[in-house]
Ligand binder design. Structure first.
Ligand code: SF4
Length: 461
């Protein structure tokens, strides 16, 4: 895979200028809502620090908290499974499905199951899973992946949704009324919920002290699924555990405000034990997380609570769309989590950033995202994943910049070439940096020449 994959995919997204502007403006609107919500909480910065400290502490004692969580969950009547990787996670879930002879399954939004490609795996085994989050159902019907962790179909306009529903749910052609479309989705999903035998949900927070867990949704689909089905499987990455129930308030206050600017998520559902006659399973997944924990520069990325504030503020994400990141988790946080999973495949992602630091400024758990993006670039360059042309150009630049005479000659030649053959630098093939930019007019002299000329002038005056 080439290191320019993100820019190529982004170029395809940007072709539709109107959609790009709308995507950019919509996400910026969410970012502004987040700002207004944060400003209503005077102790916002204290909360961020507290959340960051709790997560740091938990990561430093992760094994103990996970063991405690397991013990308490088992005592509550929940079956706990451990999965080293995505394959094991998918196999555990398939085994539970087979043991229970289940055919109708609903799933609420879980980025972990996206990361593990659970739907594709189950389809290969002949099992169909219905995504019940509205945005997720829309992208599932279109055979696409979510483009945003909180707003999975944010890349689509209501006209796209109308066409998709017309094709799959037989709604009226060309009827773009959001109320009408939502009602159609509601009726379609209601049947799926009622008929489902097994529900899969994610976990936002697993509480070591109680062995319970919390799932946050705005649509109540996790609750409906879990309460209607006789088997509930909840999946979590190992980083989702927090020590005490008392810590929960810190995260719930930060999560909804950072994600959508709401004071609280509409449904923050607490699950502690299966109801009578129901089976409840928790699958705890590593899938590369302990490796990231061992990377001292990147371990704090595991503090993420998946609010997507860093997506909504990122000028690159807003303009390039989530699919350009070719990873379950896109945006700035995806760009620092994904190289840990596969350096070769995801070597382009830490470069998909301006390093402006806006992501770090909004992150509710104070992850130094832009520093980690910069550090990944260094790791990837050292490990040889930055591509031959970039490596070659960096070596050329290093040689030029460390030899003053060569630097002066290169500057002179560059100005001369720019004046005589401006088209050469604007060649999209030779100079991709200028694809979306205009070349400056070459100055007559270098700064050095200007400096010496003016120095002499100042001395003589
Ligand atoms: S890195 Fe921070 S801002 Fe980005 S999704 Fe995670 S918690 Fe939210």
């Amino acid at each position: 895979m080439s290191v320019t994959d993100h820019s190529r995919a982004a170029a395809a997204f940007i072709k539709d200028e109107k959609r790009t502007d709308w995507h950019d403006e919509t996400l910026w609107f969410v970012r502004e809502k987040r700002d207004r919500a944060a400003h209503t909480v005077p102790e916002w910065e204290t909360l961020r620090q507290l959340a960051s400290d709790i997560k740091d502490h938990t990561l430093s004692e992760l094994d103990s908290y996970l063991s405690l969580f397991e013990q308490r969950a088992i005592a509550n009547g929940i079956k706990v499974h451990w999965a080293a990787d995505a394959k094991e996670h998918n196999e555990i879930i398939y085994r539970i499905i087979k043991e229970n002879e289940v055919r109708r399954i609903v799933k609420s939004k879980s980025m972990l199951t996206e990361e593990c490609h659970l739907n594709e795996f189950l389809v290969q085994q002949g099992v169909e899973v219905i995504d019940t989050d509205l945005g997720e159902r829309i992208v599932q019907l279109r055979k696409e992946s979510p483009s945003h962790i909180v707003l999975p179909a944010i890349h689509l306009k209501k006209e796209d949704v109308s066409a998709t529903f017309h094709e799959h749910l037989r709604t009226e052609k060309g009827n773009n009324d959001p109320q009408y479309l939502t009602e159609a989705a509601r009726q379609h999903l209601r049947d799926k919920f009622i008929q489902s035998q097994l529900a899969i949900t994610g976990i936002n927070f697993a509480i070591a002290e109680t062995g319970g867990f919390v799932v946050c949704t705005n649509e109540g689909n996790a609750d409906f699924g879990a309460h209607a089905a006789s088997v509930h499987i909840a999946c979590m990455g190992i980083e989702k555990v927090i020590p005490r129930a008392a810590d929960l308030g810190v995260f719930l206050r930060l999560l909804a405000r950072s994600a959508t600017g709401q004071p609280i998520t509409t449904y923050s559902s607490h699950f502690h034990r299966p109801r009578r006659g129901q089976q409840m399973h928790i699958v705890i997944v590593d899938n590369g997380r302990t490796r990231q924990l061992g990377r001292s520069d990147f371990r704090s990325s595991l503090k993420c609570i998946r609010c997507a504030a860093c997506f909504n503020t990122c000028p690159v994400y807003r303009k390039s769309g989530g699919h350009s990141y070719h990873n379950a988790v896109a945006g700035p946080i995806g760009a620092i989590l994904s190289p840990n999973m596969d350096m070769k495949k995801n070597a382009d992602l830490p470069f998909a950033s301006t390093l402006c630091g806006s992501c770090t400024n909004v992150c509710p758990v104070k992850i130094d995202i832009h520093n980690q993006l910069w550090k990944w670039r260094q790791v990837l360059a050292t490990e040889g994943y930055t591509g031959k042309d970039k490596t070659f150009m960096m070596r050329v630049m290093a040689t030029i910049l460390s030899h003053p005479a060569l630097y002066r000659f290169a500057g002179y030649s560059g100005r001369w070439l720019l004046r005589l053959f401006p088209g050469l630098f604007e060649s999209r093939k030779l100079n991709p940096w200028y694809r979306e930019r205009e070349m400056p007019v070459a100055p007559a002299n270098s700064f050095r020449q200007w400096y010496f000329k003016n120095k002499q002038k100042n001395h003589s005056s």
